[in-house]
Design a protein around this ligand. Structure first.
Ligand SMILES: [Zn+2]
Length: 297
């Protein structure tokens, strides 16, 4: 299985920042040590082009990102300090999701060790998200004539408001978000299918709701490609999560989504999305488990 990586593109961040920048390199190293894929299958993608980013974002917004012309409140909303290095990293993040989609369409499955920046909307960044990799990649696959219909299965604990906003009125992209109802973002934008769960939901109730949501998504969307946001922030040890899934429960989630797509004959591009474990090693272990699950299938 091919896995796209971009942790080499670092950007300036204070030591005590909430964004877990160290996670990306630790996850890559964990995969290398585990030996689940050949070293050649860990690939640095080309960055997304402005032309590709325009498929999901306005020219005004892209110009603002390029030149760092954000107001202090916009920077607060994004939660990351602007720098040219940050922009370059984000372009590689989107490039990784695009590449994972292309390869998934040829080989059935592929992954990126990042992506899932689902709070970025057409004209604004939010919650550590600058560009919406999912929307850009889905529309790029369509523009390249590789697919007609795409489904997004968003299992990050936070609602996929940016993806929903960008694809509102676009019947060719079906968005399904299963998330903590009381969690960020507080202004949720309706997806095609939303399942909002209470705090402390736990494995059993989560998996039951997920199963219904995935079945409805596959049936209604009839997708040629699924983009799966395998957020690790549903974990009980997450600082921002609150849904309280165990590591085994998250494994069951990944297995269910991946095997149902496989049975339905739909290729899957896997993105990592959020993960803010009180222990960064736990977040890495959960995301490693997701990758192992995808490789096995
Ligand atoms: Zn999240």
């Amino acid at each position: 299985m091919k896995i796209f990586i971009y942790d080499q593109y670092m950007f300036p961040l204070s030591d005590n920042h909430r964004f877990p920048i160290g996670k990306y390199q630790l996850l890559r190293q964990a995969i290398e040590m585990d030996g689940i894929v050949a070293p050649d299958d860990l690939i640095v993608p080309t960055p997304a082009t402005i032309n590709q980013l325009q498929r999901a974002h306005s020219d005004e917004y892209l110009d603002k990102v390029e030149n760092g012309r954000f107001s202090p409140s916009e920077i607060r909303q994004i939660g990351l300090p602007w720098s040219p290095e940050l922009v370059l990293r984000c372009k590689h993040s989107v490039g990784a999701t695009i590449a994972a989609c292309r390869v998934a369409l040829q080989e059935g499955v592929a992954a990126t060790l990042g992506g899932g920046t689902h709070h970025a909307s057409r004209d604004a960044g939010e919650g550590f998200c600058i560009y919406n990799d999912t929307a850009v990649a889905a529309r790029t696959m369509q523009a390249e004539g590789r697919v007609q219909r795409v489904a997004v299965i968003d299992c990050d604990v936070h609602q996929g408001n940016g993806t929903a906003q960008i694809t509102t009125g676009d019947d060719s992209i079906f968005t399904f978000s299963i998330h903590g109802e009381k969690n960020f973002p507080f202004n949720k934008i309706p997806s095609d299918l939303d399942i909002g769960l209470p705090d402390d939901t736990g494995d059993e109730a989560y998996l039951s709701a997920l199963s219904q949501g995935v079945e409805q998504t596959l049936k209604q969307a009839q997708p040629d490609l699924v983009i799966y946001l395998a957020g690790a922030d549903v974990f009980e040890g997450d600082r921002l999560g609150r849904l309280c899934l165990t590591k085994a429960g998250i494994g069951a989630r990944d297995r269910f989504v991946l095997s149902r797509c496989q049975e339905a004959g739909v290729p899957v591009a896997v993105t990592m999305a959020g993960g803010y474990g009180r222990s960064i090693q736990e977040t890495v272990a959960i995301q490693l488990q997701t990758i192992q699950m995808a490789v096995k299938l």
